[in-house]
Design a protein around this ligand. Structure first.
Ligand SMILES: Nc1ncnc2c1ncn2[C@@H]1O[C@H](COP(=O)(O)OP(=O)(O)OP(=O)(O)O)[C@@H](O)[C@H]1O
Ligand SMILES: [Mg+2]
Length: 233
């Protein structure tokens, strides 16, 4: 008999994401809308659920005294040590922030190609990526194979995937379409609003979308609109 899969619901203020280790969550919002803060809150809540989490932070803003933090250097000889740190934190179920703000775009991309296949060897946890186009610079133009593969396969490993972006218009449509939960924070730029409207069309009619977008454009920091494609309403 297959072992029983660990099931956990993530609570984030008024928001609940059911069965987080089975979901792909996109956090979309303009600069300063509260994405990174929401992700740090998530790590705290995931810690309470006693499941592992690792966050990749291209901005250096998520580093938090409450979590283990690993700062990546451009010296590639040190990278295997980071994988070991990830393994230890994962096994100990300790939230870990991997700060990749010192990596240039090329190195960040190479690091992603190394770390995502490594993470697919794990199970029962959550992987978070802030400002996803920074980690995979080719993201907007063409697919990042390792990341797409991770996103497709992580559910089999009971690993949830959370990613954030301030520019949904610059994220590949294929990747956004893989998200089954959207946490939409303040958005104002028309191109980004359009990108989000296109996704909302999968679930809502014109009038509902117009009034939702109107609300979102007036959100303050930390306000969020939740769209769950797996539930009705
Ligand atoms: N839930 C919240 N309630 C009140 N204030 C918040 C909340 N979330 C974030 N803020 C405030 O908004 C500001 C921006 O938050 P944060 O850095 O998380 O946004 P961001 O979307 O990650 O921005 P950036 O795109 O610049 O990385 C911070 O100063 C923070 O204190
Ligand atoms: Mg941020």
């Amino acid at each position: 008999m297959a072992p029983k899969r660990l099931k956990k619901n993530l609570k984030l203020g008024k928001v609940t994401v059911k069965d987080i280790t089975q979901r792909t969550v996109a956090i979309i919002g303009q600069k300063g809308s509260g994405k990174t803060t929401a992700m740090r809150m998530m790590l705290r809540e995931i810690d309470k659920l006693k499941i592992p989490s690792v966050m990749f932070d291209p901005t250096g803003a998520a580093v938090d005294a409450d979590f283990f933090n690993a700062r990546m250097s451009s010296d590639k000889e040190t990278w295997p040590i980071t994988l070991e740190v990830i393994d230890i934190a994962w096994n100990d179920r300790a939230p870990l922030v991997v700060d990749i703000s010192d990596l240039n775009r090329e190195d960040a991309s190479e690091f992603a190609a190394m770390v995502f296949p490594h993470l697919l060897k794990k199970q029962d946890g959550v992987v978070v990526v802030d400002e996803i186009p920074d980690l995979t610079p080719q993201f907007g133009k063409f697919k990042s194979e390792e990341l797409i593969r991770f996103n497709r396969k992580c559910r089999n490993r009971n690993i949830g995937f959370v990613f954030g972006t301030q520019r949904p218009a610059s994220v590949s449509k294929d990747v956004l379409a893989l998200a089954d939960v959207l946490l939409i924070m303040r958005l104002a730029w028309p191109g980004d609003m359009e990108a989000v409207e296109k996704i909302l069309k999968r679930k809502y009619g014109r009038e509902e979308i117009d009034s939702t977008m109107q609300q979102i454009s007036h959100f303050g920091a930390g306000e969020v609109y939740v769209v769950d494609f797996r539930t009705q309403g």
